[in-house]
Design a protein around this ligand. Sequence first.
Ligand code: HEC
Length: 101
Amino acid sequence: MMGRAIWLTGIFVVAGLAADQAALERGQKEEARDCLPCHSLRLIHSQRLSRATWNKELDKMGGWGVKYSDRDALMEYLSANYGDDKPLTPDGKSLDGRKQK
Ligand code: HEC
């Protein structure tokens, strides 16, 4: 009985992670499509913004003509990788030298 509950929980956790991963990948594609026409990704990836500020940033770029097809996925991607809780170093590596995700 208990074993089964744990097993089911495991399935839901794995399904949740897979969904997140798919959204992050869609977000990254969306970024390349929407943002690269005007500037490099470096300008974006050198920021560390809160979710609310990323949202404003996307509004600002929207005002300059970006047509989002999957804005939610892009928001997930930006706040997961370039949130204000992530360390900021000039070469995009974390302080212990590992490449940041
Ligand atoms: C129509 C051209 C254009 C597109 C498309 C565009 N940007 Fe920008 N972006 C700019 C310009 C111009 C600046 C510099 C503006 C400034 O100095 O305020 C900028 C600056 C930025 C900055 C630096 C902070 C700021 O506001 O100045 C960020 C972050 C950013 N863009 C994110 C994005 C993202 C994310 C996308 C894709 C969703 C995107 N941009 C698409 C024109 C664009």
